[in-house]
Design a protein around this ligand. Structure first.
Ligand code: CS2
Length: 491
């Protein structure tokens, strides 16, 4: 089968939407670190929507680890298919905003040159939580992180996103070029602030003159939302059949998309508002809401669902008791902790989330969401629990999510078989809990992780008791029966 490319683009079926601009005239204005499926189904699409208005905002996508995205996209001139689907149907669209793909470990100099180029005015990131090399419980740079240690010793051959950003800023400073705007698009609270903090700390460890330059860099926070499961082989095959040409690297997603951004771009930005991006002075209230309602529920669903045998989120939602548990978690426990959002209809937002989780067309694996729990739990569940403790309110459902994570992160399923736990702390968590069967001892082992649990929670006797209770029930009765106990409960 021939391949999707600039040459085959005009011959695709008429129902497939195509870029409405002259690709030959586009130049690069954005360098994006972490060109995974999420970026290609979210920011790259918003950019594609408005590229016709200003052709100087093409994207250079950088892979910080493997070459597979570049290897797949290069023969396709960077083109790929976006498939949007829910229970009622699907649409196909070709996205053309990613013009160049670089592989950082292969050629760090090419990446640095792109970032230092005056035409680059935005450096955006989706490097996942762990890519910030910070302590998730405190938000501060982990000075001892192996990549940070490496990048401090080899500033001109960095490995981490942080090392690339600071070296590129150093080169801009030396050349008298203004700093680009940093744009974090990861699921972290105050993501722009966290990014600025880790970058500033790294610059200070390198050199005070550079730190002064870096301290002026704009780093607006953003709230990003779209559910984008890893693309499956079956999706690739079906998309190829529909297009009549092969696409090695399509993305599959839901109709919903949301991007809320603080409008602080000293060197300009694409007219994203024309594509529905909402610009606000302060994003943190939206971010807290999304992280606690959507992602907090997602993680809870993922751990309990996986352990109860559900492969996908939609299957997990169908387990007896799960929907009632999640509705109650969002309505009774999370919502009262959220900062007020004038004019925002929280109830219909929660209803929409339930429908999104039940989208039967998206095969979003519980195992995928279960990854990197040590980096996700603080902002998804633990901050809410902290607020509930402070307010003297119950948090039975939230604590069940945390206990299910402990069960999962030990690395053994209900039948005692090994789970493939992907997490930067996987080795430590397995070692800490090796041979432990007593829920109290398991909880004590996990609470020793200062990257996950800040001191207040580690020392909270009520929290510990609640965790031991929830984990004891999960271990003794199994997750499915613990879930079933929530059936019919008030949401
Ligand atoms: C998910 C998110 O993988 C995960 O941890 O919770 O990627 C989620 O799908 C997105 O944040 C939705 O916007």
């Amino acid at each position: 089968m021939t391949r999707l490319s600039n040459e085959t683009l005009p011959h695709l079926p008429a129902a497939v939407a195509k870029p409405d601009y002259d690709r030959a005239k586009v130049t690069i204005g954005i360098v994006h670190l972490g060109i995974g499926a999420f970026h290609r189904a979210h920011q790259a699409v918003f950019t594609d929507d408005v590229l016709a208005r200003d052709l100087s905002w093409g994207i250079c996508g950088v892979s910080l680890r493997s070459a597979e995205t570049r290897d797949a996209l290069a023969p396709q001139d960077g083109l790929y298919t976006l498939k949007v689907q829910d229970g009622s149907g699907e649409t196909l669209r070709i996205i053309g905003s990613a013009f160049e793909t670089l592989v950082a470990p292969e050629d760090p100099q090419a990446v640095l040159a792109r970032m230092a180029d005056p035409a680059t005015r935005i450096v955006s990131l989706t490097v996942t939580e762990k890519g910030y090399c910070h302590n998730p419980a405190t938000g501060m740079l982990d000075d001892n992180h192996p990549d940070i240690v490496h990048d401090l010793q080899n500033p001109d051959k960095p490995r981490s996103a942080i090392g690339f950003i600071v070296e590129a800023l150093a080169r801009r400073q030396a050349a008298g070029v203004a700093a680009f705007t940093l744009l974090s698009c990861d699921n972290l609270p105050s993501n722009g602030h966290v990014l600025k903090q880790v970058v500033a700390r790294f610059a200070a460890l390198r050199d005070p003159g550079l730190a002064a330059f870096v301290s002026d860099v704009a780093s607006p926070s953003t709230m990003i939302d779209r559910i984008v499961p890893a693309t499956a082989e079956a999706d690739r095959a079906a998309i190829g059949t529909a297009l009549g040409v092969e696409d090695a690297w399509p993305v599959v997603t839901e109709p919903f998309r949301q991007w809320i951004v603080e409008d602080n771009f000293p060197l300009g930005r694409p007219a994203w508002e024309e594509a529905g991006v909402v610009f606000v002075p302060e994003v943190s209230a939206f971010e807290t809401m999304k992280l606690r309602l959507l992602n907090g529920s997602h993680s809870t669903l993922a751990y309990l669902g996986f352990l109860a045998g559900a492969e996908t989120v939609a299957e997990a939602m169908a387990l007896p008791g799960m929907q009632a548990l999640i509705e109650g978690l969002m309505g009774e426990e999370v919502s009262p902790t959220l900062p007020p959002l004038a004019g925002f209809d929280l109830e219909s937002y929660r209803r929409a989330l339930i429908a999104r989780f039940k989208n039967p067309a998206l095969r979003h694996r519980t195992w995928q969401i279960a990854m990197d729990g040590s980096q996700k739990l603080p902002q998804r569940l633990l901050g809410t629990i902290r607020d509930r403790i402070r307010g003297g309110s119950s948090y039975d459902r939230l604590v069940l999510g945390v206990a299910a994570w402990m069960f999962y992160a030990r690395g053994l399923n209900e039948a005692g078989k090994a789970i493939d736990v992907r997490d930067p702390l996987a080795g430590r968590m397995a070692a800490l809990t090796q041979g432990l069967n007593d829920p109290e001892e398991i909880v004590t082992a996990f609470l020793s992780l200062t990257e996950v649990f800040a001191d207040d929670l580690r020392r909270d006797a009520g929290f510990r008791t609640a965790l031991v209770g929830a984990l004891s029930r999960l271990l003794a009765n199994g997750c499915a029966s613990e879930l079933a106990a929530w059936q019919g409960s008030r949401g």
